[in-house]
Write a protein that binds this ligand. Structure first.
Ligand SMILES: [Zn+2]
Length: 603
């Protein structure tokens, strides 16, 4: 990573096969680039953003020595869309990753890692949560993409949903050491800390009882300590001076504000305003604070320029470099959106525009806040300022019309993977196909937020395998709240664990009335019917499931079981073979298949 690495001081043209030609600058001395994303981190809960109860000395020191952006906004209050925007410089409708763990990033869209790797950077990423796994496409350009979330000591629980920040630090420190030994190239390393995401742990082993009443702050303090360990390591390796450090939150956390417990359903400062710090940049004016609103998508051209790569041409890209020296930035259109209310129950999705003074949120009942006079967004001015609302709505519409919309291809998830994501409360796997923008008369997420919170509490109980209590919370949502198909599906899931199969079938039917393409609905209904020996309807539902998801491991497995019980052995064998094609390690399928072959005398 040091002196041996040289780029010729000539202009090199590189066709990257991504629809664009990149021109390399006359190269500045190569620097390392360390991007640290902090999941679920509100800017206003860090010391450097003025929170006096914080214990974030490392982040505060980086801000003191670097440049802090007072108003950095996430393009979505969700992990996958926001990270994808950082890595591509595109708004969520443009990169097509609108929610967690549903779609794969379009391979024709260039990422920071690909462009830096082509420039000669050694690249590595340490994502800490399942929705950033390689299969969703952000691994492109990373030579090392460490998305195995199992416990590195015991190897246990490969399906763990997230990884403790201590391990992210351990693994990245190990990589930094090995990298220094092995390679002279500069590095681009991305670390992701998921700890501040719920459920919050007050980390008594680190802080005793200091944070017992403030576990969210404990998670931030815990992550700060891990960042400190990485800074110490860079110092010891002699790399700190030559490493630009970029700290960014992916979205915030409502912590009860505006009625929202966590994040994902509403668009406010609490979930959109995130920390953004750039430290150790040669041009950075130490301690400078930038007041202009910026978006996380601005990181794409900014990081590429640090790496000496000309960003692919696009007029909307804006580098943050001028601000590092205290120069003004051009005003930025800060777009944000969420489709979660739509994915949960076909309720209105939200889009927002944030400028120097205003936040406008487009939804069934629009919102307008004067962020200068009312930074907590307590007074919705939409009804008193109708002209301003229509002006901002026009601006938002005009901006959206320039989007090159992509839908992304649906990722194939095993049933187990899907359950893991559902256990996080996300809508992964929903089959909603309509354009969510056509939403003028849908229920407004503001009115439904209490139900969404209750749904998330039930999801946590399911995660703890407390199906009885989860069902108590879900039943009124499933029965009384219009269109809440995921509440109905989750209630069906509880009924299956409670062995109340007839009731599970009723709730699956109720969910499929709202979302007739729900693979999960057909799977659970077929499973319940199989348990009740209703083989013909079970067969019908499993056939529908594999029509929707041809690689559904469970779909083929259960269908094979139906045929076995009906003594249609050749069909049963065919579907067991399908299971093994999808997952060669499925022991149940290979055991039965061997037995059937032996019994029927086939090879
Ligand atoms: Zn996140």
């Amino acid at each position: 990573m040091k002196s041996k690495w040289r780029l010729p001081l000539i202009i090199v043209l590189v066709a990257v096969g991504l629809g664009g030609t990149l021109v390399y600058f006359r190269s500045p001395p190569p620097v390392n680039l360390l991007l640290i994303t902090l999941d679920t981190t509100r800017a206003d809960r860090l010391g450097c953003y003025g929170y006096t109860q914080a214990l974030t000395p490392e982040l505060d020191a980086l801000a003191k020595n670097g440049v802090l952006f007072e108003r950095a906004y996430a393009p979505a209050p969700m992990t996958s869309p926001s990270h994808t925007s950082i890595m591509t410089g595109l708004w969520p409708p443009e990169h097509g990753v609108n929610t967690n763990a549903l779609t794969v990033l379009d391979p024709s869209i260039p990422t920071i890692a690909e462009l830096l790797q082509a420039r000669g950077y050694a690249t590595a990423a340490f994502p800490a949560a399942s929705m950033l796994a390689a299969r969703f496409g952000l691994n492109r350009g990373f030579q090392t993409y460490f998305d195995d979330l199992s416990d590195p000591k015991t190897g246990a629980d490969r399906m763990q949903r997230s990884r403790d920040g201590r391990y992210i630090a351990d693994l990245s420190i190990q990589w930094l050491k090995e990298q220094q030994q092995a390679d002279d190239a500069p590095f681009f390393c991305w670390l992701h800390f998921y700890d501040p995401h719920d459920p919050y742990n007050f980390h008594p082993q680190e802080f005793d009882a200091k944070f017992r009443e403030r576990p969210y702050d404990a998670e931030l303090a815990y992550v700060d300590r891990q960042i400190g360990r990485i800074m110490d390591e860079l110092e010891q390796l002699g790399e700190l001076k030559n490493t630009v450090i970029v700290i960014a939150g992916d979205h915030g956390e409502s912590l009860g504000e505006h009625g929202e417990d966590m994040h994902g359903y509403l668009l406010h400062e609490s979930t959109l305003r995130v920390p953004l710090i750039i430290a150790n940049h040669a041009q950075a004016k130490a301690g400078h604070r930038v007041a202009t609103p910026v978006s996380l998508i601005d990181l794409f051209p900014t990081l590429l320029e640090i790496g000496g790569v000309e960003p692919p041409g696009d007029s909307k890209l804006r580098r943050l470099q001028p601000a590092l020296q205290g120069n003004p930035l051009a005003p930025r259109f800060c777009y944000s959106q969420t489709v979660e209310p739509y994915l949960q129950a076909f309720w209105s999705p939200l889009q927002s525009l944030t400028n120097e003074r205003w936040r406008y949120v487009r939804t069934t009942q629009p919102e307008l806040y004067d962020l200068t006079a009312d930074p907590q967004e307590l007074v919705n001015l939409a009804s008193t300022e109708p002209d301003l609302v229509s002006e901002l709505d026009g601006e938002l519409t005009a901006y959206e019309e320039k989007f090159q919309i992509r839908t992304g291809t649906q990722v194939k998830l095993s049933t187990q993977e899907q359950r893991v994501l559902e256990s996080l409360g996300y809508a992964g796997g929903s089959s909603a196909k309509e354009d969510p923008r056509d939403a003028s008369d849908r229920p407004d997420a503001k009115d439904m937020i209490g139900y969404l919170n209750q749904f998330n509490r039930a999801v946590h109980l399911i995660d703890d395998r407390n199906f009885d209590e989860a069902a108590i919370l879900l039943e009124p949502l499933a029965r009384d709240v219009p269109n809440f198909h995921r509440a109905r599906l989750n209630l069906a899931q509880c009924r299956i664990y409670q062995k109340k199969y007839a009731d599970a079938i009723l709730w699956c039917k109720a969910a499929l009335e709202i979302d007739p393409d729900s693979a999960r609905g057909y799977e659970m209904m077929g499973y319940s019917q199989l348990k009740l020996r209703e083989l013909e309807p079970a067969e019908k539902n499993f056939l529908r499931l594999i029509e929707l998801q041809p690689d559904s491991e469970n779909g083929h497995l259960y269908l094979a079981e139906v045929y076995q019980r009906q003594e249609k052995f050749p069909l049963a064998m065919q579907h067991y073979e399908n299971v093994l094609r999808i997952n060669p390690r499925n022991a149940a399928a290979s055991g039965v298949l061997d037995a059937l072959r032996a019994a029927l005398g086939s090879p």
